[in-house]
Design a protein around this ligand. Structure first.
Ligand SMILES: CC(C)C[C@H](NC(=O)C[C@H](N)C(=O)O)C(=O)O
Length: 318
């Protein structure tokens, strides 16, 4: 089986000044994930690696760079799923942790449970020896400015949720195992304790070797209503290609509940898609040692992996 990885860095509007950083961030994440696959690593390791890379990148709404809740704090959701045995792990409303996807992985592997939240997730992180980072370290200038602006009485709620940057990855490894991972700071100025689609199995992501894997981004409440990731897999089980399955599910979400979003998908044959009903979504994929990436509908750049790795080594992706 030829390994493939696809990553996204969030749907919605991406402001011009953030475009380059987003392109570089998704490309770097896809290359890091692909490196794991090329060395014979498992799909679940590759998606974790790719998502961690974007959690550490302040351009994205996950880990460092997460948007703030109504009280000006970071509260993050993350999920990871292994399509081999349908094992998954998730965390919701976690604070003061650099890599929520890593904690989700530990929930999957070290507990009998699938989702830990808030205080309990923290106690578990401590038990696992995950260092606590000061909340301030996850807050960027940009996210604080946004939060403040949104509090102004004449702020436009339409503008609230533009240019965020939830992250996710799907992969198939050389043994034909699929996996997905998704991580987010959620929606800007959300209520304390609000948990979105990302932590919810079937909504923020789903992976099953029998059909494929999907990771989603977009308006979480709409994604949860249609259980978007699982819906895409259902369409693939009925014979649709990843692209048609993604478009059909996104279209349903739009017409049925008025929700917009984006998805990345891989099927059990290694065919993939990156589709969105929003104006933009940053995405990147590596297959056959070729890198593809884009942000706008119809935009698709191609480079060889060796060329892309050389640019990264020279710091051209910074
Ligand atoms: C508003 C949308 C289009 C922006 C998108 N947000 C999410 O994916 C949020 C996540 N699904 C949730 O609801 O918690 C982003 O961050 O790029």
């Amino acid at each position: 089986m030829k390994p493939v990885i696809v990553v996204h860095g969030g749907a919605g509007r991406i402001f011009k000044e953030r475009e380059e950083g987003c392109r570089a961030g998704v490309v770097r994440a896809a290359l890091r994930g692909y490196r794991v696959l090329r060395q014979g690593g498992a799909a679940v390791d590759a998606v974790e690696e790719a998502v961690r890379s974007m959690e550490d990148d302040p351009h994205f709404n996950a880990g460092c760079g997460s948007v703030l809740n109504e009280k000006g704090e970071v509260e993050m959701d993350a999920i990871i799923m292994d399509g081999k045995n349908l094992d998954s792990g998730a965390v919701s409303a976690v604070k003061c942790i650099a890599n929520p996807v890593k904690l989700a992985r530990l929930v999957m592997e070290k507990t009998k449970h699938m989702l830990l939240t808030d205080h309990g997730a923290h106690l578990f992180a401590q038990t696992m020896g995950i260092p606590e980072v000061p909340g301030e370290k996850l807050i960027t200038e940009r996210s604080r400015e946004r939060w403040k602006k949104n509090l102004e009485p004449d702020s436009n709620p339409e503008e609230f949720q533009k240019d965020l940057g939830t992250v996710g990855a799907v992969a198939i490894d050389s043994e034909g195992n699929v996996a997905c991972a998704t991580s987010t700071g959620g929606l800007s100025n959300k209520l304390i304790g609000r948990v979105g689609d990302t932590a919810c199995i079937g909504s923020g992501g789903y992976a099953d070797n029998h059909s494929g894997a999907a990771s989603t981004t977009g308006h979480g409440e709409s994604i949860m209503k249609v259980v978007l990731a699982r819906l895409i897999l259902y369409h693939m089980e009925q014979g649709m290609s990843p692209e048609i399955a993604a478009d059909t599910a996104l279209d349903y979400m739009k017409t049925r509940v008025g929700g917009l979003g984006g998805v990345i998908v891989v099927n059990k044959a290694g065919e993939w898609a990156a589709r969105f009903s929003t104006k933009q979504m940053s995405w990147a994929t590596v297959e056959d040692d070729n890198l593809h990436y884009g942000i706008y509908a119809g935009e698709k750049h191609t480079k060889s992996v060796d060329e892309a790795l050389a640019s990264e080594r020279e710091g051209l992706l910074e």
